[in-house]
Design a protein around this ligand. Structure first.
Ligand code: HEM
Length: 210
């Protein structure tokens, strides 16, 4: 039974949402130029989204590979972390909209093809956020829900990979998030393999136990 004093759930969401709005607002207001401010807000919200995404993407892998209070708490709050990621991306969309308004050359300078990965990313973010509602998840059933969420997480990981990797030639620091993403993928693959091995061992031992 969870303690009534435990910090988490919607309280955690509200704190994270306030921090995310504070970071985006500060990025926008820190300099005198509104156009540059909106670009800074785009970058900051992409980065806050990235941190939250990595936490949600690796939560169950870390909880199974390194069980402990922190990894268990992260797993327990994964839904809230995921919703905070979606909120951070809502702020990314607002900053993009503001940049498009302040810089009329922005949207005409982009093609359907350049918008495709980001649009696909947003479609999945919306689908994952909506289906994180427990009633909807129950109506979908565990198999369809899992399929959608696993596919969505990999699509979003691919959008982050392309967004960061294409910026490496402009600034080598972009190799850091690319390397973090690669590490997260490896952690997930190792955890998946470890779980499959554990299941295999259990089914081998089961006939002896009977
Ligand atoms: C159609 C939808 C989207 C548009 C139009 C868009 C637009 C932009 C723009 C203009 C920037 C560059 C800001 C600058 O440096 O001046 C940016 C950065 C970025 N976006 Fe988006 N974005 C979209 C969706 C997404 C999605 C869905 C993701 C991730 C799942 C994402 C992740 C990123 C990342 C990682 C950066 C780099 C931030 C940095 O420089 O650290 N974007 N986006």
């Amino acid at each position: 039974m969870p303690s009534p004093h435990r910090f988490g759930g919607w309280k955690l969401f509200l704190v994270l949402a306030a921090l995310l709005m504070g970071a985006a607002g500060a990025a926008y207001l820190i300099g005198p130029d509104a156009v540059e401010g909106s670009r800074r807000a785009i970058r900051v919200t992409a980065r806050t989204s990235f941190v939250l995404f990595l936490a949600a993407f690796t939560a169950s892998s870390f909880a199974s590979l390194l069980p402990g209070p922190f990894t268990q708490a992260l797993l327990r709050e994964r839904r809230i972390v995921g919703l905070s990621f979606a909120f951070s991306h809502l702020l990314h969309a607002i900053a993009i909209h503001a940049f498009g308004q302040l810089n009329p050359e922005f949207w005409p300078g982009r093609s359907t093809l350049t918008n495709l990965p980001g649009t696909l990313g947003y479609v999945f973010i919306l689908l994952l956020a909506v289906t994180s509602h427990r009633g909807l998840a129950r109506r979908m059933g565990p198999t369809a829900w899992r399929r959608l969420h696993v596919t969505g997480m990999w699509v979003i990981a691919a959008v982050f990979t392309s967004s960061y990797f294409k910026r490496v030639p402009m600034n080598y620091w972009y190799a850091v998030p690319s390397a973090l993403l690669f590490t997260a993928v490896v952690v997930r693959l190792i955890a998946g393999r470890a779980q499959a091995l554990r299941r295999g061992t259990r089914s081998l031992l089961a006939p002896n136990a009977a």
